[in-house]
Design a protein around this ligand. Structure first.
Ligand SMILES: Cc1cc2nc3c(=O)[nH]c(=O)nc-3n(C[C@H](O)[C@H](O)[C@H](O)COP(=O)(O)OP(=O)(O)OC[C@H]3O[C@@H](n4cnc5c(N)ncnc54)[C@H](O)[C@@H]3O)c2cc1C
Ligand code: SF4
Length: 331
């Protein structure tokens, strides 16, 4: 690992100013991804701005019923928070499906959103990778890509985004709050991560030097039935081959709220807009769920070795939708 300077600012404003004053600086939160990449030589910042102890470590309820989650809230604390478990079980389940207990104790909300892809070519300096080194090529495209995309990939990059939490946030219509030298703004969580296109080196819509300050969980899906399901190679400590987050509201047998997002299929959480449109206003029946999920997944463009992800994602989604739907009223 190369040498670096270490700064620990006391406020959000100081953190952003410190980052702006040191070109090439990186924010450090739990360090569970960034430090690993520094050891591999994939990242080599000259300055680390430690944001892990900024006063962004609370979950606050707002008068309108929404929850604001600070960027430095640890993944384990967020998963265990009573209001999150009660109102947004999909988020708690997604967090608990990620990494290990020790990692979740260190990992933060902001850092989890900005973790980098687990594509092995990205982590190997001897291999070509357009994300790590633009213009060098994509080793995975014709190489080992069983874990890679079926949606939204490009000739430049076929990687997937690894966060479980981000998939739940997308289904919940959460927003990511940012602060930078140009002020504050927020982005829908479903639009925060980018598709690779011509520029896979850019993972997200964050601007240089911007700090994630928090995530807003809207009131609308609070209390609706919701769940996360993840398929992986072993029972724990493994990234998703495919996963799904679902929020489902049903009144009088008819779907009146639905959010569906897939993980492990694309360079960002894949919000299943076609399936959602088909389901809104439809009867909450197994046949309707099957038709809607098929409508979404028929648009998939699997790579040589990722076609298995399509039926896997279908089965996960149908299992969750059918479990969340209320039982039909007796005749
Ligand atoms: C063995 C292993 C297994 C794992 N399994 C899973 C899994 O199954 N599912 C899953 O979702 N994750 C998994 N992870 C990833 C883990 O969840 C992430 O490493 C963690 O969430 C990153 O959070 P952090 O706070 O440690 O981020 P850091 O490593 O500190 O930072 C990550 C990135 O975010 C930036 N950053 C951090 N905070 C901010 C902020 N507030 N504003 C702007 N930029 C910021 C940093 O500059 C850096 O680029 C695994 C990790 C390991 C090592
Ligand atoms: S899939 Fe993306 S991250 Fe993986 S080698 Fe290709 S360009 Fe790099």
């Amino acid at each position: 690992m190369k040498g670096f300077a270490y700064l620990r600012p006391g406020s959000v404003e100081e953190a952003v100013a410190a980052h702006a004053a040191h070109p090439g600086a990186r924010y450090l939160a739990g360090g569970t991804n960034l430090v690993d990449l520094m050891k591999l030589g994939v990242e080599s910042p000259a300055v680390l701005v430690d944001v892990g102890r900024l006063p962004l470590d609370t979950v606050e309820e707002r008068p309108d019923g929404s929850l604001r989650v600070g960027a430095t809230v640890r993944n384990s604390d967020l998963a265990a928070h009573p209001l999150v478990r009660d109102r947004y079980p999909v988020l708690s389940q997604a967090l608990l499906a990620g990494a290990s207990g020790q990692l979740r104790n260190a990992a933060t909300t902001g850092g989890n959103l900005l973790q980098r892809t687990r594509c092995p070519y990205f982590q190997d300096l001897d291999k070509p990778c357009n994300k790590r080194e633009p213009g060098s090529g994509c080793g995975a495209l014709e190489g080992v890509h069983r874990d890679h995309a079926v949606f939204g990939h490009s000739q430049r990059c076929v990687a997937t985004h690894p966060s479980d939490m981000a998939v739940a946030l997308a289904a919940l219509d959460a927003r990511v709050e940012l602060y930078g030298t140009e002020g504050t703004r927020s982005i829908p969580a479903a639009d925060f991560h980018r598709l690779p296109g011509e520029h896979p080196e850019r993972d997200t819509e964050i601007r240089p030097g911007e700090l994630i300050t928090g995530v807003l969980l809207p009131a609308a899906p609070a209390g609706l039935p919701s769940a996360y399901r993840k398929a992986r190679d072993r029972a724990s400590y493994a990234f998703a081959l495919a996963s799904v987050a679902v929020v489902l509201g049903v009144a009088d047998g008819v779907v009146d709220h639905v959010g569906i997002a897939f993980g492990g299929l694309a360079h960002r959480p894949w919000r299943a807009r076609h399936a959602e449109t088909a389901l809104l206003g439809a009867a909450a029946t197994p046949a309707a769920f099957e038709g809607a999920v098929a409508l979404e997944l028929e648009r998939a463009e699997p790579l040589r070795d990722t076609a298995y992800k399509v039926p896997l994602a279908r089965n996960l989604a149908l299992d969750v939708l059918n479990r969340l739907a209320p039982a039909p009223a007796p005749l």
